[in-house]
Design a protein around this ligand. Sequence first.
Ligand code: BG6
Ligand code: MG
Length: 212
Amino acid sequence: MRYKGIIFDLDGVICSTDAYHCQAWKAFADRLGIYFDRNINNRLRGISRMASLEIVLEKSDKAYTDEEKQAFAAEKNGLYRQLLGNMSAADLSDEVRDTLHALRARGIKLAVGSSSKNTPYILERIGLGNFFDAVSDGNGITRSKPDPEVFIKAAQMLDLEQAACLVVEDARAGVEAAVNGGFDAAAIGDAKDDERARWHLRRFSDLIEIVK
Ligand code: BG6
Ligand code: MG
């Protein structure tokens, strides 16, 4: 077996919460009259809430205090949590669910490696609250992607060497983090053409072929 463990990014890989991040940032930016588009949104993939805010505020000509920035981050998170509140097990696609079960049936350990502090809540909503062998997320790290900390912690929780784990990512910052940490990366979605990734997934279920 090529990999003993797989570490999945959450937003945009396991579920489509990346679209909710985008919607929440857009609503926030609109309220402040700040320009926001898809390219800016794609730069937010994989990076922490506060780092994302700094990127969104690049288009503002105003300077904000740290206190205001904390309030902005909380505002965006409130909008995002409202969207998350409508999620259910129906928001986990059959393809992702079936692939996860097929990978587990092959004896591969499965973990989440996400920058999001909302990871436990999202996993609960989509019915994967107790599914993964390890969950490493934004609540347990001090440095966000492209730093490899979140993936290194996940590998440690799985009791596996980095070289034995594959990281699945939709963020360029996440592919970079994986490579920085000595992991192979499988890129999907927005990051699918990232040349630093060893594998390029057209669909999530392509993972089954990769681990054969
Ligand atoms: C990542 C997203 O998974 O989590 C980023 O790709 C987001 O866009 C980051 O900023 C932090 O998420 P949260 O839920 O803690 O605000
Ligand atoms: Mg992602």
